[in-house]
Design a protein around this ligand. Structure first.
Ligand code: GLU
Length: 472
């Protein structure tokens, strides 16, 4: 069956990685089944609306190589794709339900509802609208409408029996109809609730698979009652478990970089983020870990989405990012990494900068990290730890080796890595010292630490003046 899926974010100007993972799953289900991926903007809560948020969503999906077939900026047959532009559609369908007897006008005022709430509180039962307006006569309703009384439209729930929905991840979900509230479908300002709009839109947009966070699972039987009332076929449901932070709590800004843009701005590649996220709660039938989008499309199977919550692990994401940085060509890599280097390079040549950046291609976990890794080439002063100081005094050969380096380096007329490799060979010949004693003392003297890039590269980047100063 050809699938049609939709990603339905609210335009908040923020893309939580849990939402992005849902978008990826939707995209993969659509494309695995040769179908379409639709973007629908759910802006019925106008208070949460943020200027420019739609562009932000387009930009994010585009960076992630997720192509939108239909959406606000991609005309399709079933638009508009922004809910606030579909108010007349919701009104029409809500009225149709009233007509059929599956919904009713409710004129209860805030005060009436408050009194009802207090009664429930006193009885220590959860608040539930008591359905009183469902008993209004045709004449009473006509009169109230004529007088311009404010109203909402509520769904009339069955009072007995059970409703069952089937979910691909969670199996059958049953609810007792008598616990279902006569929920509001259309608010008094003419806006639909999510609970109504999602059904109308998913049906009219011919959505075959609804993929969303499992917080909607318990509500889904209500949606199916709406499909039944209209005589429509319900879509297949795929509710996905939450993404938790490493502290076991729901992922939020507090327990990590939970937004795509934060990660992107830190220097995580979108391809790595996508690869990491898709494996968060979904397991492929191979041991492969790195996937192109085409491979994901080929392998994706919604039946392998797990019910248990997934834990977001930045270290694992860094591992993926490191791998993806490594797959970039040198040219792509330099283009990617250059903007992250924020240290002062005004006195350096392009050649020097590129050499520096390329040396760290194999070591980087994320873009911004470059500044920490290359610090030794920018600091004027270096600090040598007590342990390293002790090492420098631990062997009589060390001052001899250092002296030999200084002499050979002073003689150099050209400053490049070939000449510096030659220097190392000469020091080795001259002193008869090799291995750790040949490399470590000079590394420590010039950088303060015992590890770094290849010694000729390290010497080259630190520069002749600084090297000589630190050796003397
Ligand atoms: N607008 C809803 C949200 O952002 C979408 C849920 C759904 O996909 O149906 O959570």
């Amino acid at each position: 069956m050809k699938a049609r899926t939709r990603f339905a974010p609210s335009p908040t100007g923020f893309m939580h990685i849990g939402n992005l993972r849902t978008a990826i799953f939707e995209y993969l289900v659509a494309k695995h089944n040769g179908g379409e991926f639709i973007l629908r903007i759910e802006d019925t809560d106008q208070n949460r609306k943020v200027e420019g948020a739609i562009d932000f969503i387009y930009n994010t999906l585009n960076l992630c190589n997720i192509k939108i077939d239909e959406g606000p900026n991609n005309a399709g047959e079933y638009g508009p794709y922004i809910q606030s532009e579909r108010l007349d559609i919701y009104k029409k369908y809500a009225e149709e339900l009233v007509e059929k007897g599956d919904a009713y006008y409710c004129f209860c005022t805030e005060e009436t509802l408050e009194a009802m709430r207090q009664k429930c509180d006193a009885r220590k039962v959860p608040f539930m609208y008591d359905g009183r307006c469902s008993h209004l006569s045709k004449e009473e309703i006509a009169e109230k409408l004529k007088n311009g009384e404010k109203y909402v439209i509520r769904q009339k729930m069955p009072k007995y029996g059970t409703s069952i929905v089937h979910d691909i991840v969670y199996g059958d979900v049953k609810v007792d109809n008598k616990v279902l509230e006569d929920q509001i479908l259309l608010k008094s300002d003419g806006y639909p609730t999510y609970n109504f709009a999602n059904v109308i839109d998913d049906h009219l947009m011919h959505i075959t698979h609804v993929i969303r966070g499992n917080e909607y699972l318990s509500q889904t039987p209500k949606y199916n009652l709406l499909y039944e009332a209209f005589g429509w076929e319900a879509p297949q449901y795929i509710h996905v478990p939450m993404v938790l932070g490493s502290d076991g709590n729901k992922l939020s800004k507090r327990n990590g970089d939970a937004s795509f843009m934060d990660l992107y701005n830190e220097g995580y590649l979108p391809s790595a983020i996508v690869n990491y996220l898709v494996l968060l709660g979904w397991s492929p039938d191979t041991n492969q870990e790195l996937y192109t989008m085409d491979e994901l499309i080929k392998h994706f199977d919604e039946k392998r989405i797990s019910k248990s919550p997934a834990t977001y692990d930045i270290k694992k994401l860094q591992w993926f990012n490191h791998k993806y940085i490594n797959t970039l060509s040198d040219e792509e890599y330099l283009k990617f990494i250059r903007p992250f280097l924020t240290l002062d390079v005004s006195d350096k040549t392009e050649e020097w900068i590129n050499k520096l950046l390329l040396i760290y291609k194999d070591h980087l976990s994320f873009g911004k990290e470059i500044n920490d890794l290359v610090g030794i080439f920018f600091n004027d002063d270096i600090t040598i730890s007590k342990e390293n100081e002790e090492f420098l005094n631990s062997d009589d050969a060390i001052p001899i080796v250092i002296n030999a380096y200084r002499e050979e380096i002073e003689k150099l007329t050209e400053w490049n890595t070939d000449a510096l490799s030659e220097v190392i060979n000469k020091v080795k010949e001259k002193t008869g010292v090799k291995g750790k004693l040949l490399y470590m003392p000079i590394r420590i003297k010039i950088s303060g630490v015992e590890h770094g890039p290849e010694l000729p590269d390290e010497l080259y980047l630190i520069g002749k003046d600084k090297v000589l100063k630190r050796l003397s």
